[in-house]
Design a protein around this ligand. Structure first.
Ligand SMILES: Cc1cc2nc3c(=O)[nH]c(=O)nc-3n(C[C@H](O)[C@H](O)[C@H](O)COP(=O)(O)OP(=O)(O)OC[C@H]3O[C@@H](n4cnc5c(N)ncnc54)[C@H](O)[C@@H]3O)c2cc1C
Length: 617
């Protein structure tokens, strides 16, 4: 059971061998920390996840939520882990201790989240939403607002949400019609209906703080006229105590494919004309504040894709090692041959290898971005900080979109490996598949992410940020060339990034031509290509760390003698797995990526030119 969230060996490899995060402790900010402390925190997160959260996952999914008299009741089994989540101070791991946080590096918090959220995605959503809401108060709130809300939110005593969506304002948030009217006492009266609000109503916390997007009467149309308000379920007095119920009513919850224990709420604000809110940040600048939170949330949702994929892979690989079915192909003509476990079949190995390489590549990618945040915190010059910030900006839509698509696909492959059993509720992979689909839809659909990448991020600093990314990849290529046996793979990746450079130019040109719609019709494919290249980069990086260590263990042994050494030594087996992952991805997937680039370059206009009526329907 223990490995069924995240493989600890792989986690440690990324932290200490690929990225050498111990170097962080040399910086003043983290100088009172060390590897022992990091390991202890990860152990605690893992134990908490395995002992307290994983066991409630199935029950939470089966029991689901109760909605009665405008109130939502979560499964009873969620209460104990939630109390432990609070006691362990897991919600505000990276925040400063003065405001209730633990001041930990982002990369350590990312690992802890992989265990805690990966153990149960419905449960994880409560802490995730609260953290995002509190972060906005921390960055954009007044001193008074911070005093009133921060401590109780970061400790999990109060929950938090993110309230954007309305029936006519989904992807197009600027279309919202919820209104705000300033009162004489400086508060605002809020009025409107919101839908799809995660954790919008529940009984895990005594209060829920809603950051609500609304338009102040008379403000301009579109995103420029949107402001953000803190709207508590129960009013909060200036001394931080709770007052009367605010006029926020949950009018229903969604019946949905997955996340059965995570309430997705319809909320009415001011139905009785009595809903009060506090302005967060400046009037009409709400989208700026919300974007901050959305960027954090997009990275977080991308990480969910990794967590889904990792769980699905570990379930599948364990199942494939146990399920006995069919004879080994090599024994096809041997009538006395015994049935074997399905991991012996080439097609099952194909699916496992596809999953393994994506899980590893995504883990490195997601941790890399978390590590960029730590490097931002430790940056010594403004220039360095800006360069790292920009890189995060460029990578954000890719992490959100690529990891959630591949995360879902990993759950699909896992189900395939289980055969018919995977389709039943007897095994956890069908739940994982149901729970993971939403990741490509919320926090800005993946299509919107692709438009962001092409329309905004590729052009950042006239393409210099993209070039910076290619420069980072080149460093890995150079290192791989030094490692025994990786020269060919390094060459293949180099060829691919050169090609990517010209495809990016082609996309840039088309996007600014009268044919710009054609470019955007290929934007998702382009994002996919970027994601594949990043996977290849991360896997080659891993291999170039692993190869010399593997060579040291096996010495000059060859053939059976080498195979025996690898089989007997856990580290050797792991390092061999890293080299094979890079080999598989670069030799088997990357050529398909080159094909995708060819398809982009062909610039087919069919998607745009086809008359609407010709779609049929
Ligand atoms: C389980 C769940 C939890 C959620 N949690 C929250 C929450 O906590 N807070 C919150 O505010 N919202 C939340 N949402 C809402 C979610 O963010 C929206 O559903 C999402 O933004 C898409 O909006 P929509 O559903 O209106 O789809 P639409 O915007 O109608 O999109 C439909 C399709 O059209 C595409 N599309 C739309 N516009 C464009 C365009 N300009 N260019 C190209 N393609 C476009 C989309 O990519 C999509 O494929 C949640 C939704 C669900 C299902």
């Amino acid at each position: 059971m223990a490995q069924q969230i995240a493989d600890r060996r792989d986690v440690d490899f990324v932290l200490y061998e690929q990225f050498d995060i111990e170097a962080l402790t040399k910086n003043k900010r983290y100088s009172d920390m060390n590897k022992k402390m990091f390991d202890m925190i990860i152990n605690e997160a893992r134990n908490f996840a395995i002992k307290e959260i994983l066991p409630v996952n199935e029950e939470g999914d089966k029991i689901g939520l109760k909605f009665e008299n405008n109130q939502v009741t979560v499964p009873e089994c969620f209460h104990r882990p939630y109390e432990l989540l609070r006691e362990g101070e897991w919600i505000a791991m990276t925040e400063a201790p003065e405001i209730g946080g633990q001041g930990l590096p982002h990369i350590i918090a990312q690992v802890a989240a992989e265990y805690i959220v990966g153990a149960d995605f419905s449960f994880g959503a409560f802490g995730f939403a609260t953290h995002g809401a509190a972060k906005m108060v921390e960055i954009f709130g007044t001193e008074k607002q911070k005093e009133m809300f921060l401590g109780k939110m970061y400790s999990g005593q109060w929950g938090g949400t993110m309230v954007l969506t309305e029936p006519e304002a989904g992807s197009d948030v600027g279309n919202l019609i919820t209104t705000a009217k300033k009162n004489d006492d400086g508060t605002y009266s809020i009025s409107g209906n919101k839908i799809f609000i995660t954790a919008g109503e529940h009984d895990l916390t005594e209060n829920i703080i809603h950051p609500v997007l609304a338009r102040i009467e008379g403000a301009p149309a579109g995103t420029k006229g949107i402001s953000l308000f803190i709207v508590p379920k129960f009013w909060v007095n200036e001394d931080g105590s709770m007052g009367d119920a605010n006029d926020v009513v949950c009018t229903g919850i969604e019946e949905k494919l997955g996340l059965h224990a995570s309430p997705t709420c319809q909320l009415t604000f001011g139905g009785k004309g009595n809903c009060r809110g506090l302005l967060l940040g400046e009037e009409n600048k709400g989208m700026r504040v919300m974007f901050h939170m959305m960027n954090e949330a997009r990275l977080g949702v991308g990480a969910l894709g990794l967590f889904n994929a990792s769980c699905a892979y570990l379930y599948a690989v364990n199942y494939a090692k146990e399920r006995v079915q069919g004879r080994d192909m090599a024994d096809m003509f041997n009538k006395d041959a015994q049935p074997v476990t399905i991991i012996r079949h080439p097609d099952v190995r194909r699916m496992l290898m596809w999953m393994k390489t994506h899980v590893e590549g995504m883990r490195s990618f997601v941790y890399y971005v978390a590590y960029l945040f730590d490097r931002i915190e430790c940056a010594e010059t403004g220039e360095e900080k800006t360069a790292l910030d920009d890189l995060v900006g460029l990578l954000t839509p890719i992490i959100k979109s690529y990891c959630t698509d591949r995360g879902f696909q990993c759950t699909v492959e896992a189900m395939q490996i289980y055969g018919g059993y995977g389709y039943t509720k007897d095994y956890p992979v069908e739940r994982l598949m149901r729970d993971s689909k939403i990741n490509s839809i919320y926090e800005g659909t993946n299509g919107i992410q692709a438009m962001d990448l092409l329309g905004r991020k590729m052009g950042m600093k006239k393409g210099a940020v993209f070039m910076q990314l290619l420069g980072e990849i080149q460093k890995t290529i150079a290192a791989a060339r030094q490692a025994d046996g990786l020269d060919g793979l390094a060459g293949q990746l180099e060829e691919s990034i050169n090609r990517l450079g010209s495809i990016a130019m082609h996309m840039g040109k088309t996007a600014t031509s009268p044919d710009f719609k054609v470019a955007f019709a290929h934007a998702s494919q382009f994002l996919d290509v970027m994601g594949d290249i990043i996977m290849a980069w991360m896997l080659l990086w891993r291999a170039s760390v692993a190869a010399p260590k593997l060579a040291k263990i096996v010495g000059g042994a060859e053939g059976d003698a080498r195979a025996e050494k690898v089989a007997k030594n856990k580290n050797a087996a792991f390092y061999e797995g890293q080299v094979k992952s890079a080999e598989y991805f670069i030799q088997t997937i990357l050529p398909i990526t080159l094909g995708k680039m060819t398809s982009i370059e062909a610039n087919s206009k069919a998607v745009i030119d086809i008359p609407e009526v010709s779609f049929g329907g």
